[in-house]
Design a protein around this ligand. Structure first.
Ligand SMILES: Cc1cc2nc3c(=O)[nH]c(=O)nc-3n(C[C@H](O)[C@H](O)[C@H](O)COP(=O)(O)O)c2cc1C
Length: 181
């Protein structure tokens, strides 16, 4: 049985993070499938699911949120990991401090309702062409700097933690049904 890495994004950076996580898990011989978030033919057949979404306007994209709920509701004991790809590291000043204080409410509620084994916020890519004129103005006025903020070492380290947890017999292994944490 495979680990499903599911993602939703608009400009490709979340997909690349998902593919990087998949490559790290594959290094430890975990069979992997990477799929865009959406209904999949073998919904019940996964060992574990890792679901990621780009953050838009403080929330996960609907396809990823629905995917997380569907997997959780379909098999509440299945290990799920969740990650967000946003623009925290592109921000400076008061906006950054505000963003650092905590997760935006819709995401915090979603994560709480799913109760994943782990949840991480990563920074992605934000470029001028991703935003409309007003969005660009607000972003710059708020102290934002466009760029690629993905921290591949942090992403690899998180993927390695997941890989450990999935190896039966590993001290960090948890089977489906173990309490989350
Ligand atoms: C329309 C729009 C709204 C966004 N809103 C947020 C937001 O509320 N919070 C955040 O942290 N990042 C936000 N971002 C930044 C994206 O989440 C970030 O650029 C991410 O890397 C996009 O992933 P993708 O390349 O897979 O689409 C927004 C980006 C766009 C284009």
């Amino acid at each position: 049985m495979s680990v499903l890495i599911s993602y939703a994004g608009e400009h490709g950076s979340t997909q690349e993070v998902a593919e990087r996580i998949a490559a790290r898990l594959a290094l430890r011989d975990h069979p992997i499938e990477v799929l865009p978030a959406g209904p999949s033919p073998s919904e019940q057949g996964w060992t574990a699911v890792v679901i990621g979404s780009a953050v838009h306007n403080g929330a996960w994209l609907p396809a990823a949120a629905e995917c997380a709920r569907r997997h959780h509701d379909g098999r509440p004991d299945m290990p799920i990991w969740m990650f967000s790809v946003g623009m925290l590291d592109a921000l400076r000043g008061p906006l950054r401090r505000l963003a650092e204080r905590g997760e935006q409410q819709p995401i915090a509620r979603l994560v709480e309702s799913i109760g994943p084994r782990g949840y991480r916020r990563f920074s992605g890519v934000i470029l001028p062409e991703h935003l409309g004129r007003l969005g660009r103005l607000l972003f710059r006025a708020g102290g934002g700097h466009f760029g690629d903020y993905r921290d591949w070492r942090a992403i690899d380290a998180w993927a390695d933690d997941i890989a450990d947890t999935l190896i039966p017999g590993h001290p960090r292994h948890r089977s489906p049904g173990d309490a989350s944490g």
